[in-house]
Design a protein around this ligand. Structure first.
Ligand code: SAM
Length: 323
């Protein structure tokens, strides 16, 4: 699939649940109550249908995200379905790692290609303050397990919060000394209804880069993925380091992705309010044809650039839309 700006669309992120077992202050409110606000979850059959159709239309890469995807007991089944869908060649998962020890073996067996582990701090107390849950030991265990599993491509996503975790940049970089992983320092995005990003915690890509160079003057810039505006290697280190300017964004021209939210809406850009509800079509006898049309419609309407210096008021948390 190609959109009207000539971009090939071959990547879909699917939020498989809106529920989460952490309450990161920049993402979810403490009082976010899944049972009251009605946590949503697409069923396996619908996800399988979406993946099959998307693959027929040229999608090659699937990422399961959420909410927290490991809150689904059938997560390995979803990975297997995606992995065995003709056309799909890459299936990955974004997780906070709290439940990873329970599922890692199953996920590997199902054919998972890689994991992005969201981890903002290596300090248990800070973890408790940021995530509002005392789960650091489990996440640290997940990290250690992944470090011992070289068959899974590992990326660590670290959201930079000025004055909170910027002093930990070297500690994260050091994880790549002996391990072939990528540590990615991310900019905060304005998708939280508490607007933490307006409270001076935002740390832009340039500032992250300065901190990195101060700690590692020997950094060598290399070409990274499209979203990894700055990508670096360090002499003697097996891993690499990247900065993702998720907010200041300069990679829209190379964006290849669509998103499906946990309640079955198709979104072509994080910064576009518009979404297409796929759910009614899955109950329709002519569903496949209708779904194809809607997917093409979303691709054709994919904006050239997301809203600059703005936010998407329809999105109050990344957990809703799938980070
Ligand atoms: N629960 C999974 C996890 O923690 O990786 C997947 C969903 S979570 C919403 C995905 C990513 O979104 C996490 O890495 C998190 O740091 C990021 N995220 C959440 N809110 C954000 C915000 N306001 N700005 C930037 N990233 C955000």
């Amino acid at each position: 699939m190609t959109d009207r700006y000539g971009r090939t669309i071959d990547y879909v992120r699917i939020a498989v649940t809106s529920a989460c077992n952490l309450r990161c202050s920049y993402c979810l409110r403490e009082e976010h109550d899944e049972s009251k606000s009605g946590s949503t979850q697409l069923d396996v059959e619908r996800i399988g249908t979406f993946i099959r159709l998307l693959a027929e239309m040229g999608i090659r890469k699937i990422r399961f995200t959420g909410g927290e995807p490991l809150l689904r007991r059938d997560i390995a089944r979803l990975v297997r379905i995606a992995k065995t869908t003709p056309g799909i060649d890459n299936v990955k998962l974004t997780t906070n790692g709290v439940l990873l020890d329970r599922y890692l073996d199953e996920l590997i067996e199902a054919g998972l290609d890689g994991i992005n582990l969201s981890l903002d701090t290596l300090d248990a107390e800070k973890f408790k303050a940021i995530a509002r849950r005392d789960q650091f030991p489990k996440v640290r265990k997940a990290l250690d397990m992944l470090l011992q599993t070289p068959s899974l491509r590992l990326k660590i996503n670290t959201l930079m919060l000025r004055g909170i975790n910027n002093d930990e940049i070297p500690a994260f970089v050091e994880l790549g000394r002996d391990h072939d992983l990528t540590v990615r320092f991310m900019e905060l995005q304005p998708f939280d209804d508490r607007q933490i990003w307006r409270t001076g915690r935002f740390m832009g890509a340039e500032m992250i880069r300065e901190h990195l160079y101060r700690a590692y003057p020997q950094l060598e810039a290399v070409t990274g993925l499209d979203t990894e505006h700055y990508s670096f290697r360090l002499p003697g280190y097996r891993g690499s380091v990247a900065i993702i300017p998720a907010y200041s964004r300069n990679f829209c021209s190379r964006c290849s992705r669509l998103r499906i939210t946990a309640d079955g809406k198709l979104i072509s850009c994080l910064y576009q309010q518009e979404s297409i509800d796929l759910m009614p079509l899955t109950e329709n006898s002519n569903g496949d044809e209708e779904l194809r049309k809607k997917i093409l419609d979303a691709v054709s309407r994919k904006p050239k650039d997301g809203l600059k210096n703005g936010t998407n008021n329809a999105v109050t948390s990344m957990s809703q839309i799938g980070g």
